[in-house]
Design a protein around this ligand. Structure first.
Ligand code: GLU
Length: 361
């Protein structure tokens, strides 16, 4: 038996992988996946599973009245479907002698450092106890503005939080395709690095029937994770043995090659896009200092031109250039009111210390 390629992984399973065309959970595929994950665990790889499919499963349980609004419909479907989804996993894993845990999270849990650390502690404890965590968005309470874009975003956050070696996105397509060669018989792209741009040209047209995630979001999340030292695979979850193939180093799907890693708090901050409570605009001098590759500079009030929003000590804020571009994200050392008073003043305490600062590459 070969040594598995990765020690700790996140496996994200899309609704389309585990649902039949009628929307029912596909027990054949689910049991194939559970069998592979159980085997990986036995071979020493820690696995965190992020699974979609609650809303899909709910559709096969509840028939909704036509006049029910979309938010309530999603709440009803997900809260009923999640039970079926998690029970199916628990049953399948138990056949292999493994225990399962259910973790449901919302986007707000990633906004607050304490919640973030609580989730991390919980997931670490489960892994330590050799229990397989099955994670999903808490769709019953996260609605509209507070929702993750999709479970690709959620699983990306978990991958980064848990410092995994690889994030494996199982979808119902084989990976990225080079559409430039031949539209009728496109070639699969085996590897992607940071130089790859304009992902839309590699994506086959056609929208998935169930679930929210699209291939373009997957690519952007994948490329972001590679910057934190995480390898990302996009592969077809319905292919028998796909996870074992990936962990054994056999070629399947598309692999995004990992770059230089970013550790600890900076990782959390790096994933804060869209979660910020406020923003500051900095002048050209401050922008240059922050972007300097040679020196570790904190953000000082002297370089701040304006402040938007209301934030408090410990909140994540966005740093913008005069032109309006996002330069980075950081954790504020004091609130927006004090920042407004200190903006432009010399010799004041940094608003964001370097250790709590992430500059967008
Ligand atoms: N959380 C949703 C579900 O379980 C899926 C979201 C997505 O498709 O990414 O149905």
């Amino acid at each position: 038996m070969s040594h598995p390629l990765y020690r700790k992984i996140v496996v994200k399973v899309g609704t389309n992988v585990i649902s039949s065309s009628s929307g029912e959970l596909d027990l054949r595929i689910l049991s194939q996946l559970a069998g592979q994950i159980a085997l990986l665990r036995e071979r020493g790889t820690e696995v965190l599973l992020v699974s979609s499919g609650a809303v899909g499963a709910g559709r096969s349980i509840v028939e909704l009245p036509e006049d029910l609004g979309p938010v309530a419909a999603r709440q009803v479907l997900s809260s009923t479907g999640q039970i079926r989804l998690i029970n199916t996993y628990a049953e399948l894993f138990s056949k292999h002698g493994h225990r399962t845990a259910q973790i449901l999270v919302t986007k707000s849990d990633f906004r607050d450092r304490l919640h973030y650390l609580n989730i991390r502690t919980c997931l670490s404890a489960l892994l330590e106890q050799r229990i397989i965590p099955v994670i999903n968005e808490n769709d019953a309470v996260s609605v509209t503005g507070l929702m993750f874009t999709d479970n690709d975003e959620l699983s990306g956050l978990i991958a980064s939080m848990m410092h995994v070696d690889a994030h494996i996105i199982l979808s119902h397509v084989d990976g990225l395709f080079d559409m430039t060669d031949s539209e009728t018989n496109p070639r699969i792209i085996r590897t992607v690095d940071t130089s790859t741009k304009h992902f839309h040209q590699y994506i086959r047209p056609g929208k998935s029937e169930f679930g929210r995630g699209g291939m373009l979001t997957k690519c952007h999340i994948a490329q972001k994770l590679t910057r934190f030292g995480i390898t990302v695979h996009i592969a077809n979850g319905r292919t028998p043995g796909v996870l074992l193939d990936i962990l054994d180093g056999r070629e399947t799907g598309t692999r995004f090659i990992a770059q230089k890693p970013v550790y600890g708090r900076k990782r959390w901050i790096a994933h804060s896009e869209g979660l910020e409570k406020g923003a500051v605009v900095v002048n050209g001098g401050a922008e240059e200092a922050l972007r300097s590759p040679e020196r570790a500079n904190s953000l000082l009030p002297v370089g701040i031109e304006s402040v938007t929003g209301t934030f408090f000590k410990g909140d994540i804020i966005k740093i913008c250039s005069e032109a309006g571009d996002a330069i980075g994200y950081g954790m504020a050392q004091y609130g927006s009111e004090k920042t407004r008073q200190l903006a432009g003043k010399k010799g004041e305490k940094p608003l964001i210390h370097y250790d709590y600062l992430y500059i967008v590459p």
